[in-house]
Design a binder for this molecule. Sequence first.
Ligand code: HEM
Length: 446
Amino acid sequence: MPLWRMLPGLLRDPLRELVALADAAEGEVIRLNVGTIRPYLVTEPAHVQHILRDNAANYTRGGRSMLWRPVRRFTGEGIMSDGPEWQASRARMQPHFTAKRIDSLVDTMSHAVSEAVDGFEEPARTGRWLDIGAELGRVICRAISSVFFADRVSLADQLRIVAAQDTIVTALRARLLLPFVPDAVPVPGDRALRRATGVVDDIMLPLVRAELAHPRDSDDLLAALTRARDADGRPLDERRVRDDVVASFATATETTYAVLTWLWPILDAHPAIAERLYAELDEVVGTDRVISREQLVALTYTRSVVDELLRMYPAGWLLPRAALADDVIGGTRIPAGSIVVVSSYITQRLARYWDRPDTFDPDRFRADQPRRSHRYAYFPFGGGPHQCLGNHLFNLEAPLVVATILSRYRFRLREPGMPPKQLAAALRPGRPVVMALTPVHEQRPA
Ligand code: HEM
């Protein structure tokens, strides 16, 4: 597909244009002619499964795979890389993210979220406008930090990390757009990236050093990684611990608040869905401030709203890979060295697999609905060996955050309408979502 034919649509709304291309291609692999890299766009669920799972060994995140090289300037060579280093990190971290382990965190996390949402009392009383993206960043940091660091990083430092991550995501855009420029050649954003990475290192490295010197007997991720041993029985070096803790914290916070920031304009545009959500929260949570495991299980509509958000706004929207050897996908030859791109955003809006794909409809995820036609028609958390480690954590955290906020407050947007999509490492709204809150319960007639 030559660039000139795609350009007008790509400039207007690149993702909409790519979905239209994929629909028109009816499952065929598309070769995008974008300058020197000419990646293959793979959207058909069976082909996605081939790349992410069945033939994953041939599709690496290492080498010249375009998204990952710049991202690794920040996240290092552990869990976000590929090959033996990734495998060792994955094996060390996996036990901390199983469904069973995450389930044991419900109470810790529910308390952390409740306390963080207490921070909305003052702005709700005074009617102050809030940038909900930034506020969610604060709530999510609090929740994640309880699990990752047992609260050993102060909230002020967590917020400095999140601000640095924000700079990094923006600073990486030039590298993502210019993947063929060697690392030694400076591009805009490099200095900001170095400075922001320095901020994170100044907070994390002394902490990791202190933890390695005096390992704690606790089950948070930081303590566990500082107690871990490498294949030769030696403690991990501080860089490796830093890389994996920072990479997980960055993905956990960045993706979660990217997804949940879309919720507010969506609910504002769909009052009937908002009413059903409020009715469920009223019935299940009522005036309780800390949500219990039983209540969480009963919040089925809330869960469907989150699932549908992940379909329409999957934060990890672009998964690039580099092919190691020649391959054939659906009749298209993929020569060794090619860049192959799969995108949850595009596949999750294909008209062949989704009825009214651009309509927000949580009922698609109701338990009594027929199963989807293909496992890889919906893959917000990827799949295969690199499948997201955080999916259980997200599935606990996101409904807790939504339910805790909306059982206490209603919101009013300053600027109605859907924000444009910003194509950064995560898919985020292209402008701040600003809103005011009013308490639910005090509004009721006595
Ligand atoms: C809530 C906390 C989260 C944590 C701690 C987390 C952590 C991680 C980690 C460590 C990986 C790398 C796994 C590996 O390569 O072996 C990963 C992969 C991934 N995550 Fe998450 N994640 C979280 C949330 C999310 C969310 C909300 C989304 C999307 C909406 C998401 C989408 C993905 C995807 C698509 C991959 C696969 C990347 C690939 O195949 O190259 N994650 N996640």
